[in-house]
Ligand binder design. Structure first.
Ligand SMILES: Nc1ncnc2c1ncn2[C@@H]1O[C@H](COP(=O)(O)OP(=O)(O)OP(=O)(O)O)[C@@H](O)[C@H]1O
Length: 404
């Protein structure tokens, strides 16, 4: 009995020692965890400071004169038939030629395409251009064909033969192909195509990656596209190739998000002026009566904007439908466009507006990306835009470019 009591006491003592040791270890772990936290914060601060310094160095550098400047001018004249650069075009081209990652924010129609098309011709190999819409790519290809620049596009509708000939051109050391347009879906969904891009990179033939409408990477923007997320792997896969992201709409929050997504934090960000002196803005007091509002719109469309083309933006689909019916009842030729209409109907409305059959489209923000009509003379906002950037984007998508 006594022996058992002794053994029990010994076990209790052993337990107390172990518990004491454990409490010591826990205290050390707590201390280590605190140190870890402090170190992580210090590393984060240091990384931010380095990015800021690098960004400052990039931003304060003079991007206007480089050994290849004469060649750049020559290609601008002889291939693109242009006499000079618009603001920030030369800086973007030079930074891209220097293998820097760049985000270029420039208003619609500012001349973003030249910023990757010209380096594509000067660099050896093929420039990959990621573009969100097949119609945008087709426009670009038509313009490049007229300039006799070898370019191609790959989309979900490309035939087997087209795919084969493009893939051969990608890997052919003597191939003439300079620009290859692809949708982000194609990159994200076709393993076969990505393998070919990797091979092209291995051969030193991937010269530049241009990402059009780059704000689509960010969930903060109104045009977020899930497939743009895939583009985040490109920098890791092709570290020697510079990335040029282009957009007409980006807040600093979106730009930082895009840099993070594409793994190009601290890269050079070039932002052109968004002041467009050829635009006239007017703010009117909106009547609370729907009838009076319709009457005012009718008057504008039949008098001030008679025979002219435009867009009336609303923020809700319900408003969009109601306004179209109200205006049609007043014998105005208008259509409506929003995300709830099927693609065929949307395309019909778009075509009728392009051809002039509709004087105006009553639309939500779904009507924007890829809309390009040279003779738009008015944009009416029936409701206030959700943000300044949305407002700017919908105006400039449709602005008559009287300077060009
Ligand atoms: N340096 C230049 N001098 C004269 N015209 C130019 C110059 N650069 C571009 N352009 C012309 O400006 C027009 C718009 O260019 P581009 O399509 O590249 O604009 P963008 O910024 O890409 O617009 P979006 O945002 O709609 O894609 C084109 O007709 C192009 O030929």
């Amino acid at each position: 009995m006594e022996k058992e009591q002794e053994s029990c006491r010994a076990a209790e003592e052993e337990l107390a020692v172990a518990e004491y040791e454990l409490s010591e270890v826990e205290a050390q772990l707590l201390h280590l965890n605190d140190r870890k936290q402090l170190l992580l914060e210090r590393i984060g601060r240091q990384k931010d400071a380095i990015l800021l310094k690098k960004n400052h160095l990039l931003t304060s550098r003079d991007w206007s004169n480089f050994p290849w400047s004469n060649k750049v001018k020559e290609v601008l004249n002889s291939v693109f038939k242009l006499n000079g650069f618009r603001p920030l075009q030369l800086e973007t081209i030079n930074a891209t030629m220097s293998n820097e990652d760049v985000i270029l924010i420039m208003p619609t129609g500012g001349g973003k395409s030249l910023c990757y098309q010209l380096p594509a011709l000067l660099k050896s190999g093929v420039t990959l251009v990621v573009s969100p819409l097949v119609s945008l790519m087709e426009d670009q290809l038509m313009a490049l064909k007229a300039l006799e620049v070898p370019a191609a596009m790959l989309s979900a509708t490309s035939t087997k033969e087209e795919v084969k000939s493009i893939q051969d051109a990608m890997l052919n050391k003597n191939g003439k192909l300079k620009l290859l347009y692809v949708t982000p879906e194609k990159l994200a969904k076709s393993k076969n195509f990505m393998t070919k891009v990797q091979k092209m990179y291995g051969l030193g033939r991937l010269s530049l990656i241009a990402i059009d409408e780059v704000h689509c990477c960010s969930q903060w923007g109104h045009d977020f596209r899930p497939d743009y997320k895939f583009l985040g792997i490109l920098k890791g896969m092709f570290p020697d190739v510079s990335i040029l992201g282009l957009t007409a709409t980006s807040t600093s929050k979106i730009t930082i998000d895009v840099q993070k997504m594409l793994c190009i934090q601290g890269c050079l960000v070039l932002k052109a002026s968004f002041n467009r002196p050829n635009l006239y803005y007017e703010v009117r007091t909106k009547s609370s009566s729907q009838e009076e509002c319709l009457q005012e719109l009718e008057e504008l469309l039949k008098t001030r904007y008679r025979g002219q083309s435009g867009i009336i933006y609303t923020t809700s689909i319900k408003d969009c439908e109601q306004l179209m019916h109200g205006l049609r009842n007043r014998k105005l030729r208008v259509g409506c466009y929003h995300a709830n209409l099927d693609a065929t109907l949307r395309s019909k409305v778009h075509t009728k507006w392009l051809s002039g059959e509709y004087q105006a489209v009553v639309a939500t923000i779904a009507f924007g990306l890829g809309i390009d009509k040279p003779d738009v003379r008015f944009v009416i906002h029936h409701s206030l835009s959700k943000s300044m950037e949305n407002f700017y984007q919908v105006i400039l998508n449709d602005e008559p470019d009287v300077h060009d």
